[in-house]
Design a protein around this ligand. Structure first.
Ligand SMILES: [Zn+2]
Length: 115
């Protein structure tokens, strides 16, 4: 069942897209980052992780094939969680929050995110 993003999810996504470091040799340009942010209003959540321990959401079919993936990463030290945004072929595909300990992770508050 597709749903819209919550305001909190959209805020976390925007902060990462504008500020987080990527796994690429060169960091994304401001123009590219702004293109990604512009996708947010049109995103639909098509899949939720469902493990019960994380708020990870997908915007595209998790099994979909892609040619080029960019990963942006950040941290929420207050709950010991990592945050990743996946961009596949220039399309936002996933917001992943993973606990670093054996505890459940929640969607970070924007003010707790560090880069
Ligand atoms: Zn999960």
């Amino acid at each position: 069942m597709e749903r819209n993003l919550t305001a909190a999810e959209a805020a976390v996504l925007e902060v990462l897209l504008l500020n987080a470091s990527s796994d690429q040799e060169t960091e994304p340009t401001a123009e590219l980052r702004n293109q990604w942010v512009a996708q947010i209003p049109n995103l639909q959540v098509v899949h939720e992780c469902g493990c019960g321990a994380c708020p990870t959401i997908d915007f595209t079919d998790p099994k979909a094939k892609f040619n080029h993936r960019i990963v942006l990463s950040a941290f929420d030290d207050t709950q010991g969680a990592g945050i990743l945004v996946f961009i596949d072929d220039n399309q936002l595909s996933c917001l992943e929050v993973y606990p670093s300990a054996n505890e459940a992770a929640e969607l970070p508050a924007v003010e707790n995110i560090s880069f």
